[in-house]
Design a protein around this ligand. Structure first.
Ligand SMILES: [Zn+2]
Length: 346
């Protein structure tokens, strides 16, 4: 990545790619249909739900703490876990060699690297560099290589700038790391995202249209939605057998929480008698409630968004005896946190 001072424009991250990827053909045509942004080379994502172990090869306590913090930006939204246990089998191995720049292998390519060698180097950690490198480690490519991107490179200027310290790249390397774009059919994702953390700073002088980019220090909204989306690492919805049992009664509220955009919780209760039942949530969360039953988790009885207190959900229905399921789904960005749910016969 390039951190954004004009004296430091050579600080460019490059994804380490395996040799077979160096000579793949480049984009010829745009894809059909809409895409969402952020890009991931096909075939390099980890299995959804993976627990990835991390081993530090050096690093100060402060550097290690920074790694844990910024890696956590991704696991807040993606269905992945990092375990910092220095396991001998760790998939991600981080060195801190200041002479070797900042780089990472991409996604499952890490498994092809001998276990004594780093899969990531953090020679500098300014801004969001560490989160950027972890983006590579979980399978993301550079946003400036998005085939839907709008950067028009001044190629001789870029090649000359990166031929010097600290990169010392030859032209082929510059072409691969910066100038070439991924083929449309080799990446998932789309629409160039100028706020992506996977985009690095480039000075305007590197482009023919005089439009540079800014360094992004945090995950963008699209970074988050893409990594948590169906094509990357969505959190699976709870299955019926995992539903949390609710006791029907006025005095009983069950506490739960919504930790991420789009998350779902599932509850179940038994209606012992005919009657009017009220199910509601309380808390700062903004949720949508769906009620299914009786005795069928796919038969929708009712759905509600904001009938409850504030942005809470509330369903009141006459129900026949049987088993019911209540699905609580996070509704809007920001409306996460702890909430409680209650079902009672009125
Ligand atoms: Zn990078």
């Amino acid at each position: 990545m390039a951190r954004a001072t004009s004296s430091n424009t050579e600080h460019v991250c490059f994804d380490r790619v395996l040799p077979r990827d160096l000579f793949r053909p480049q984009a010829l045509a745009p894809p059909r249909g809409g895409r969402v942004r952020a890009i991931a080379p096909i075939g390099k994502t980890w299995m959804n739900g993976s627990v990835l172990h991390v081993r530090f090869l050096g690093g100060t306590p402060a550097q290690r703490a920074l790694v844990r913090e910024q890696a956590g930006w991704w696991t807040e939204v993606a269905n992945l876990q990092f375990v910092f246990d220095d396991s001998p089998q760790a998939e991600i191995r981080i060195a801190f060699d200041p002479a070797d720049g900042a780089w990472s292998y991409v996604g499952t390519d890490c498994r092809g690297i001998p276990s004594a060698e780093p899969t990531m180097n953090l020679g500098f950690t300014d801004g969001g560099t560490t989160a950027h490198e972890f983006g590579h480690a979980i399978g993301l490519a550079h946003e400036h290589q998005n085939p839907a991107g709008g950067i028009v490179w001044n190629e001789p200027v870029v090649i000359a700038a990166l031929a010097g310290s600290p990169n010392f790249w030859d032209e082929a390397t510059v072409r691969h790391n910066v100038l070439d774009k991924y083929r449309f059919d080799q990446v998932k994702g789309t629409q160039f995202d100028p706020e992506s953390i996977m985009l690095y700073f480039f000075p305007a002088s590197w482009t023919l249209n005089g439009v540079g980019t800014v360094a992004n220090e945090v995950l963008s909204a699209t970074d988050k939605s893409f990594i948590a989306g169906a094509r990357m690492y969505p959190r699976p919805g709870p299955v019926v057998d995992d539903a949390t049992a609710l006791v029907v009664g006025a005095g009983t509220r069950t506490t739960a929480s919504i930790g991420a955009l789009g998350e779902e919780d599932l509850f179940t209760f038994t209606a012992a008698t005919d009657g009017r039942y009220v199910i509601d949530t309380r808390g700062p969360t903004n949720v949508v409630m769906k009620l299914f039953g009786p005795d069928s988790p796919t038969a929708l009885v009712a759905e509600d968004d904001d009938s409850g207190y504030a942005a809470n959900a509330r369903i009141a229905r006459g129900l026949t005896p049987g088993r019911y399921w209540v699905q609580i789904r996070h509704a809007v960005a920001g409306g996460t946190g702890t909430y409680s749910i209650r079902v009672r016969l009125v």
